[in-house]
Design a protein around this ligand. Structure first.
Ligand SMILES: [Zn+2]
Length: 224
């Protein structure tokens, strides 16, 4: 994969109108993925964390954040109002806005995403990425916090989002793997079995079958 330079265009915050330079994600070289699909990126862990973080943009003034380019967002009056209220009321933002910990953008994007009616799958994805950043930055307690939030969103997603094909398989697998990482080994095993059922007869997800086998074995050892 070619390594592109990150672009830094001026963007306008769709909530407060502040103009600032955003860093949009560039392509980056990965050397495989961890079992929760966190990309392995050569170099220092903090560099990897920075690249993952560039998947969300956060306004430095009002903390509005999203994974999409701000120009592409078309917020209604009601959405803008609702987002402003949520950002003002949010407990974590109140405490951490000044310190700007590396996971803050994903948290803010989740808060705003709820008001924008993002699907549970997308909210879970934001929290999963936050947990990757926490791991690379060695923020253990926050890693677990975001894994748990991701797990809950993915569980909702399996009930509500009508997932099919690869997305259904990967989401079910991640519910298993997040359970395993949170220490719920038997729960994890059940979900790996469910995930295996969704991949049957689909040669395009052979990589996932291998992962399910490997992580099931691990969970079985850990449950014993
Ligand atoms: Zn703003």
């Amino acid at each position: 994969m070619p390594v592109g330079k990150p672009s830094r265009p001026y963007v306008v915050c769709p909530v407060c109108g502040h103009v600032f330079r955003a860093t949009y994600a560039s392509t980056y070289v990965t050397v495989g993925r961890e079992a929760d699909l966190c990309p392995k990126i050569p170099g220092r862990l903090s560099d990897g964390a920075r690249l993952i973080r560039s998947a969300v943009t956060m306004c430095p003034v009002c903390s509005f954040a999203a994974g999409e380019a701000f120009d592409d967002l078309n917020l209604t009056f009601d959405e803008r109002y609702g987002i402003e209220e949520r950002l003002k009321e949010d407990g974590l933002l109140k405490v951490f806005r000044k310190g700007q910990p590396p996971w803050l953008g994903f948290h803010a994007a989740e808060v705003c995403g709820k008001e924008r009616s993002l699907k549970s799958r997308e909210l879970g994805d934001l929290c999963l990425r936050a947990s990757w950043v926490c791991r690379k930055e060695k923020e253990r307690p926050f890693e677990s916090t975001f894994q748990l939030r991701s797990l809950r969103h993915f569980m909702h997603s399996l009930q509500e989002d009508d997932l099919i094909g690869r997305e259904l398989s990967v989401t079910t697998y991640l519910v298993g793997e997040l359970n395993r990482r949170l220490g719920n080994h038997r729960e994890a095993l059940n979900w790996f079995v469910n995930a295996g059922r969704t991949t049957e007869g689909n040669p395009r997800v052979a990589w996932l079958d291998r992962l399910i086998d490997r992580q099931s074995k691990l969970a079985r050892e850990q449950a014993a």
